[in-house]
Ligand binder design. Structure first.
Ligand code: GRF
Length: 221
């Protein structure tokens, strides 16, 4: 049966676009994005959803007095679409443990760093500040602790001496667009699941759990 995917967004929606393309192409098999929900009414991601003929809704966090109230309203909206999977795609709100627990094992997030390095905001600035050689992106199951759930896939991106926040962000975003559909495809097919606080594999992927997406270093001095 076709899996029902709800995508939560806050802004631009480039990850949403990559997920939609992967559903269309069959990279994420037998899956339909049944709703896109934003906490910000002006999110461009909502326009993308509408253009794709997908219900695009806003639950504006400013209309609620507490995180608990906002999450309850969000949950109600999500549940109207009876999703098998809920994907956070640039959704910039911390979620309460009650919310997270309700969707345990079917709530995924993409984060622009090689977790557990640099949880939270401003990951590219932090990577440059720390002088790391490798940065990247992670897709993980969402648990109550921010950006700390079990990892499904990561992509490594080399940090170049010439990088600034923008150039690094561009390459990391490209990595996000590659790994999020892959993680969703594994979840849909049951190849990856969440149990006992860990990522569990059936027939673990041989080569792709960590994918270096970097400019060739061979020609570097
Ligand atoms: C992505 O880098 C995501 O990892 C971060 O916010 C950005 C959202 O981009 N949490 P988009 O809205 O998917 O284009």
């Amino acid at each position: 049966m076709t899996k029902r995917l709800v995508v939560l967004v806050s802004g631009r929606g480039s990850n949403l676009q990559s997920i939609l393309a992967a559903c269309r192409s069959g990279q994420i098999p037998d899956t339909q994005v049944v709703a896109v929900i934003s906490n910000r009414p002006a999110a461009r991601a909502l326009e993308l959803a509408m253009a794709a003929g997908i219900p695009a809704l806003t639950v504006d966090h400013r209309d609620y007095g507490s995180r608990t109230d906002f999450d309850a309203a969000l949950q109600q909206q999500i549940d109207e679409y009876a999703p098998d999977i809920v994907a956070l795609a640039g959704f910039m709100r911390q979620l309460t443990p009650t919310f997270v627990q309700r969707y345990e094992g079917k709530l995924l997030n993409v984060h622009p760093s090689l977790l557990p390095a640099f949880p939270g905001l401003h990951t590219h600035a932090q990577a440059l500040q720390q002088g790391v050689c490798w940065h990247g992106a992670s897709v993980h199951f969402v648990t109550a602790k921010l950006d700390a759930g079990p990892i499904i896939i990561q992509a490594a991106v080399a940090v170049l001496p010439t990088d600034d926040e923008q150039s690094l962000a561009t390459r990391v975003l490209d990595a996000e667009h590659r790994i999020y559909p892959q993680a969703l495809a594994w979840l849909v097919s049951g190849r990856v699941t969440y149990a006992a606080g860990r990522t569990q594999w059936r027939d673990p992927p041989q080569t792709a759990t960590r994918t270096a997406i970097a400019p060739s270093l061979e020609s570097s001095p």
